[in-house]
Each structure stands twice: as C-alpha cells, then as structure tokens.
Design a protein around this ligand. Structure first.
Ligand SMILES: NC(=O)c1ccc[n+]([C@@H]2O[C@H](COP(=O)([O-])OP(=O)(O)OC[C@H]3O[C@@H](n4cnc5c(N)ncnc54)[C@H](OP(=O)(O)O)[C@@H]3O)[C@@H](O)[C@H]2O)c1
Length: 259
C-alpha cells in the first residue's frame, strides 16, 4: 500500500455527509473547509445568508460539495426546521459539528434571565436537539461522529465566566452522555477545546493589542490560535482514525491550559 492509500484509509471523508453549525465564520468555517477538502459533503448552518453563500461558493469553486441552511438555532423550532432542511441537501449526516455559539459575558450579579436563556439555548440545547435528531440514526447505521466546540471556560472560570462557562461545561458533559449512549454502536462523541482564537466572536478583545499579547504569552507556543489550527483535529475526530477516541476533550490551545 502506498502512503497516499494509507493516509486515505485513515483520514479520508469520502462518501461522508457532515452538518456544521456556525460553519460560516471563524473556527466553524475552518472546520467546514477541512471536512469538505477531506472529501465530505458538508451542510453549513447559521443565520446570515451572505456569509453562508460565501463559504459554500469558496468550497464549490475548489471542487468540494457543500450546501447551506439559514436558521436561528437559538429556538427549538429553528433547530428542528434546520435539521430537516439540512438532510434535504445530501441525506442524513455521518458527522455533526456543533460550533455555533454566543459569548455574552456580563458580570455575574448583572446576569439576567434573557442572557441565561439565549446562551443555554444556542450553546447547549441546540447541540442536544441536533444530537437527538441525528445520533440514533448514526448508531443504527453503525458509524457517526459528534464533535462539540467548547471552551477553556468548561474547565475553569476567568474573565466573568458566567453562563458561558456553565453552557460549555454542560456541553462537555453532553459529549460524555452521548458517548456513553452511542459509542457501542460506532458513534464517537468528543469536544475540541479552543484557547483564545482571533475571530469575530471576540472582536472586542481582539482589538486590544495589550490583551492579545498577554493572552499569547499565556500559551506555550507563544501565539494566539487561528481558526485553521482546528482543521487537522477536526478531520481526525471526523474520520476512521479516531474510532477508539470517545468522550474526550481535546485541547487545541497552544498549551494555554497547561501553562
Ligand atoms: N474564538 C475563540 O477564542 C473561542 C474560544 C473558545 C471557544 N470558542 C467557541 O468556538 C465556537 C465558534 O466560535 P468563533 O470564535 O469561531 O465564532 P464566530 O466567528 O463568531 O462564529 C460563530 C458562528 O455561529 C453562528 N451563529 C451565531 N449565532 C447563531 C444562531 N443564533 N443560530 C445559528 N447560528 C448562529 C454565526 O453565524 P450567524 O451570525 O450568521 O448566525 C457563525 O457562523 C463557539 O461555540 C465559541 O463559543 C471560541
């Protein structure tokens, strides 16, 4: 077997279908590109149509297969409708990546019920509902990959962690619950844990050069994360090579968490 065939056996996503929420920006967009270039047909779900179309156009221009669904995943109806529309493109998914997230960080004493509800709905309930919709089918077919994007805040509280940390901590627990339920049937469920990644999500922090430098200094690599840093880990977790990796939190953080 030549090296190309060997690598393909381990990592190729040919014939797979993926759904990536939040796949039109930042980390999700990089993961969408990685899965599509590795051979998967990818459906991207987010709200803004222009960004969705730009993401899909970029990939189809490269010869990849991708489609988009515009939906607000912060309501149950929005999630259910998005799931049904998503399967219309390429069929039931083998891979689900939950990347859409909101990062609202008021001080704890001022944290209102509205911020709690919005955060828990998008960051936790949408991944749960999509898992309920797609996980059993993956288990029945004997192959599935569920990947959630969590946060350092799932493991420790800093800079007003608030409900954001609660939602991400619970998302890690959700991955373990899903792993317990479906791993015996070939469905692995894991999380990718970013450090500080320069994306539109944290535009306010990214625009402060002193804070950006201080965060970079907290890594072992010496720089902040880039969305592209998630490509390899996502392809690994989405493919055959990771068949014996489940219920895990994989830190893609330049050593931020161990410094
Ligand atoms: N950047 C970091 O440093 C960092 C660190 C730790 C964890 N994370 C996590 O990584 C994930 C991706 O973050 P990012 O930095 O890549 O953010 P980003 O660039 O702002 O992307 C967020 C994505 O989520 C979508 N989205 C937001 N609200 C939505 C809604 N209500 N319904 C459907 N889609 C929605 C956005 O598209 P629309 O606005 O068009 O809907 C966009 O595609 C998040 O879960 C975040 O918590 C990021």
């Amino acid at each position: 077997m030549n090296s190309q065939a060997y690598l393909s056996e381990l990592f190729s996503l040919d014939g797979r279908v993926a759904v990536v929420t939040g796949g039109s920006s930042g980390i999700g967009r990089a993961i969408t590109g990685a899965l599509a270039r590795a051979g998967a047909r990818v459906v991207v779900v987010a709200r803004k149509e222009a960004e969705l179309a730009a993401t899909v156009d970029e990939l189809t221009a490269e010869g990849c297969r991708a489609a988009w669904v515009s939906a607000d995943l912060s309501t149950r109806d929005g999630v259910h409708a998005a799931a049904e529309e998503a399967v219309g493109s390429f069929g039931e998914p083998d891979i689900l990546v939950n990347c859409a997230g909101v990062n609202l960080r008021p001080p704890m004493s001022e944290l209102g019920e509205d911020v709690w509800d919005t955060t828990m709905a998008l960051n936790l309930e949408a991944p749960f509902l999509l898992g309920q919709r797609f996980g059993p089918g993956m288990a029945e077919r004997g192959f599935g990959r569920i990947i959630h994007i969590t946060s350092q805040q799932a493991h420790r509280a800093f800079v007003q962690s608030g409900v954001y940390g609660v939602s991400k901590g619970a998302l890690e627990s959700l991955a373990r619950s899903q792993a317990e339920a479906w791993s015996p049937h070939g469905v692995t469920c894991n999380t990718l844990v970013p450090g500080f990644v320069m994306t539109p999500l944290n535009a306010r922090l990214s625009s402060d050069p002193e804070k950006v430098a201080a965060l970079a200094a907290r890594t072992l690599i010496g720089r902040n994360g880039l969305a592209e840093d998630f490509a390899g880990a996502a392809v690994f977790l989405a493919g055959r090579a990771s068949a014996y990796v489940t219920g895990q939190s994989i830190f893609v953080d330049g050593g931020f968490s161990v410094h």
